[in-house]
Design a binder for this molecule. Structure first.
Ligand SMILES: *Cc1c(COP(=O)(O)O)cnc(C)c1O
Length: 400
């Protein structure tokens, strides 16, 4: 079933098993057909591949290294822990991997503007950066709560020339920001491209973002073999929408001996509203244009979610994440707020790397896993981003 996985999934309608698809208003059907057609052309175009390779090497800072976390491994006293350093991307997270490509796509489609939502502000900063580099306008929708919490990123986006739209309804976080960005896009689809921030949304976005992020896995496979002579036994990544996880997982899906862990945020606890552990507690449902697993309230609407990491408090996951979990190819790891904070400080003190709070969830789970495994086992963490954006929030709320 997993043979030639990436060639076979999604199917032509954007389905991974029963998950995915495209649930969009009729006015967007034509624009989405154009996007699918343009992507099919671009994907196989030598010029596109060359341009992407060029910006990744000479602007973005790829390949990113793999670091052996010797001190953290010794501290845990079990499996050896390695880090894929996506924190070293320009702008400090994996998001530029898809943003540079999405903006090239927008240019190819003749658009003058890109629109997106952002949670922690990382996708907004990455998209504003890509838009500046390629000379396009940029409009970013962000919940009021996140605007306050991630203020440095708001300023960054403004300096980069983006227009910020603060979303003040509902819980004022990522879910509302997605709704608002989508609304705005509907009104200007002929001149703009909606650049989604993860492997979510209607087809072809989950596929495109996975393909653009797959560079993480391709590099990791080669680098890890060089480091250790074999593939990692375990790969651990945090999952919000699931793009950094899909990026690293995609190269290893057919290697069934490699365990793939999705780390979900348990926030303050297991009650609805206290966490954003979608795969763990969710049910099948359609939201934001795709069918997947989602957290629902009593009325079947997207439930309120919470995590101290703004980039992963989303009440759904990408359809491919739902699919891989449904066929038991991936496993779940849970990590609550406090464990993430502990990992944030541990990685900083033991390795000299301040992780993003999102990535700290993956680190925390990997530490638990390492302790349960023998020294001959290995764990590769996808360190999705750096924590500079989080330091004020952390020291204020969780003093050293
Ligand atoms: C946005 C973000 C995430 C969550 O997004 P995914 O699509 O699940 O990868 C994780 N880590 C960092 C640093 C982020 O900025």
């Amino acid at each position: 079933m997993l043979k030639n996985y990436l060639d076979n999934l999604p199917n032509k309608d954007g389905y991974y098993g029963k998950f995915g698809g495209s649930f969009i208003p009729p006015v967007l059907e034509e624009p989405f057909k154009d996007i699918i057609k343009a992507y099919e052309e671009l994907k196989n175009s030598k010029d596109f591949i060359e341009e992407l390779k060029y910006v990744r090497k000479h602007y973005q800072g790829r390949p990113t290294p793999i670091s052996y976390a010797k001190n953290l491994s010794q501290y845990c006293g079990g499996a050896k822990i390695y880090l894929k350093r996506e924190d070293l991307n320009h702008t400090g997270a994996h998001k530029l991997n898809h943003c540079m490509a999405e903006v090239i796509l927008a240019k190819h489609l003749g658009k003058t503007k890109v629109i997106a939502e952002t949670g922690a502000g990382q996708h907004g900063v990455a998209l504003a950066t890509a838009a500046a580099y390629f000379g396009l306008e940029c409009e970013i929708h962000m919940g009021e709560v996140d605007v306050k919490k991630e203020y440095p990123n708001v300023v960054r986006m403004q300096i980069l020339g983006a227009k910020i739209i603060t979303v003040t309804h509902g819980l004022k976080t990522l879910k509302e920001a997605v709704d608002s960005a989508f609304e705005s896009y509907i009104g200007q689809a002929n001149t703009s491209l909606y650049c989604i921030g993860s492997v979510v949304g209607p087809h072809p976005f989950p596929m495109m973002v996975r393909d653009f992020q797959s560079i993480i896995g391709i590099e990791s496979k080669e680098q890890f073999l060089e480091f250790d002579g074999k593939l990692p036994d375990n790969i651990v990544a945090c999952v919000g929408g699931g793009s950094n996880a899909m990026g690293i997982f995609s190269a290893f899906i057919e290697n069934k001996e490699v365990n793939l862990y999705c780390v979900e945020p348990l926030g303050k606890g297991s009650k609805l509203g206290e966490h954003a552990a979608t795969l763990t507690y969710g049910q099948e449902g359609v939201m934001h244009g795709f069918n997947s697993i989602m957290l629902k309230d009593k009325k079947g609407e997207p439930a309120p979610v919470y995590s101290n990491a703004s980039g992963i408090d989303y009440p759904s996951v990408g359809p491919e994440q739902a699919y891989l979990y449904s066929i038991n190819r991936t496993k779940i790891g849970l990590c609550d707020d406090d464990e993430a904070i502990d990992a944030f400080y541990k990685l900083s003190k033991l390795e000299g790397i301040i992780p993003a709070l999102e990535s700290a969830h993956a680190v925390a789970y990997a530490m638990k896993l390492a302790k349960s495994l023998n020294k001959d086992k290995t764990i590769l963490i996808n360190l999705s981003g750096r924590g500079d954006k989080d330091i004020d929030f952390v020291v204020e709320n969780y003093p050293m």
